[in-house]
Write a protein that binds this ligand. Sequence first.
Ligand code: ADP
Ligand code: MG
Length: 265
Amino acid sequence: NVTKQYPNASQAAVNDVTFDVGEGETCMLLGTSGSGKTTLLRMVNRLIEPTSGEILMDGRDILKENPIELRRRMGYVIQQVGLFPHMTIAENIRVPGEISGSSSKQQMRERVDQLLKLVGLAPDEYRSRYPRQLSGGQQQRVGLARALSTDPAILLMDEPFGALDAITRARMQQELLNIQRGVRKTVLFVTHDVEEAFRLGDKIAVMSEGRLMQVGSPIELLAHPVNDFVSKLVGADNILRQLEYLPVTTAMVQELSPDAAPRTG
Ligand code: ADP
Ligand code: MG
């Protein structure tokens, strides 16, 4: 039941939202601009405090945790990446670990190389470069490596690929899936891009004007959208998407008994 009311705003940015994300699950927060996605995400690592409601992690209220300690357990990746321009790539990746003071220099050096490999950058070639010497896609990879550097259980991603061209974005999405297959983080991923939500999500939470419209697997949203808004947003009448996501049996049942299931066009 999380709510965030900004001062002087006519309506709550996040309005009585409740859902849960399982361990190792990728949950997409999908909605148009201004629907409250970023506000919701930033409440999870306490960059923003809720007006009311609770956020539990492993059953514990995050508002009772030390915010610095909490953020160390959550990697955070944003569209603007936010690498320090005067630091090398290796130094940028080390930042969260150094703040937490958890590893020796040697451990950190090995960790940086391991992370660079994980995100598809050859360590020898990239560790000593500066951010300006990388493309946008490569910088985003470094941002992901940095977010993973403390080996957090949870990854928060706010439109991380939003500024990339379509081809680079598709490649990054595929690589995130590959990485996720190995590291199995619990991921909360903000996007306004329906294709991205369907490609990456085990679960999609649809937001509109601060409210949670529906949460479910891609198949559930397609087969049983709760209202017109969700139906239109996910393109439930898009026959190609139906063919891609709905199991054949579901499609057949709907075809045979149109009254038994919501109309999907
Ligand atoms: P989204 O990420 O889905 O685009 P946001 O969470 O950024 O949405 O914003 C949700 C609503 O809250 C918008 O109406 C926005 O104008 C408002 N908002 C966001 N941040 C602030 C703030 N710091 N102060 C006041 N209003 C804000
Ligand atoms: Mg946003």
